[in-house]
Write a protein that binds this ligand. Sequence first.
Ligand code: HEM
Length: 430
Amino acid sequence: MSDINRMDNPVCPVSLEEATLADIEVLECPYPTYQFLRDNAPIFQDPRTGMFVVTRYEDQRRIAMDYENFSNFRPSNDHANLTGAARLAYERFLEKGWVPGESLAARDDPEHKQMRSIFDQAFRPKRIKDMDHQVEQLSYELMDSFIDDGVCEVVAQYAVPLPLIIICRQMGADMDDVWQIKEWTDAWIKGIGFGISDEEKLKYTDLEIQAQHYFQAIFEQLRKQPNDTLLSDLVNLEVPGWGRTLNDNELHAEMMQDTFVGGSETTTNAISAGIMLLDRDRATWDKLRSDPERYLKTFVDEVVRLESPAQAMSRTAKNDVEIGGVKIPKGAQVDLRYAAGNRDPEQFENPDNIDLERKNAGSHLGFSTGTHYCLGAPLARRELYWAFKAFIDKIEDFRLTPGKNNLRHLPNYSLRILKELHIEFERKPA
Ligand code: HEM
């Protein structure tokens, strides 16, 4: 495995009995396990979760586009059968807030397609284009906020605020509330984290309910007085075929899952991952800044491919299916490990490294494929472009601050979230 993936003592399984993804240390550096599974059991039922983990690119594409046999339905939406912490959280939502409805990402066509049409309208190319200047300006403003210091913690000072402020503006949130919203999204992520107790689940649910009350006031205002934000469209556009707009429960699911977390957290993680990779791969850093216009687009895709902020998405088998000789029974959970497919040597030559000349860089599954292809990908790509462009334009050279980085990630089964990234740098002369 190449140098840019280095980590002290990553878990490297040597037999299928040892292989699992349900282990915090494996998730910290999952790439050796992904490689082992791709080579030895590309469709592997993890004994610790019961899920069928799919690690090869072609199998993932096939499943993601097989709508007859695989559904995006999430067991957490099957309210009648919830147990344990999930049931406690559900009851808390019923009592004090809104039980989140089925989000766009959790629906199947035709309902999904109908709902997606209002999202396509809200995220229309002209709106993303109109936002581009804001994204550019904010990237440079954020760089300027720490450029005189010679040091910075990339995650908190750059990677978090850029997409968060952009989405807050589009969601009609008050700019004074940005960091409050961040606390809520952090809580939401911890609430779906690894091995949390019932008490913690309820604590995070209460924080989500606080966020719901905050957003509810915005929905009500936008219903009375629509404006030109993205959220105004989501609140007021009628879903074709439904004869109605989205209800409060559905809107609340969108706010947390698909916009603030799905949209902002993932982009944050791609920005920090990109800067971490540039530190590890100095040849790429030199080449990128030699001609940013030429290489940035590919670099953005290479970061999303290599570090895949959304490492995996799940599907539920609708029928008994057999793939690659493995029988997947109806009702089974299937774990599409996009991050493993994104390093599949059958699809990408020299897959563990950044290649700024890669011809098929855009064919990664970091934004998925098919009907659920990431709706926010055009926005995310522009945010990443400007984040790296402003970084290159302002900084002469940089390195990780000695003694301050452990490069650990939050324990999460599906999202890759770098906790902190401390760098020191020399600024370019003004
Ligand atoms: C680097 C940043 C991002 C990554 C890696 C990412 C990743 C993904 C992935 C993998 C999916 C597919 C889910 C599946 O297969 O079931 C998805 C869907 C989605 N993403 Fe993103 N995303 C990013 C940025 C954004 C942004 C900026 C937004 C919006 C502000 C957004 C909104 C959505 C929505 C609404 C869906 C659901 C689409 C559907 O089911 O039709 N994402 N994203």
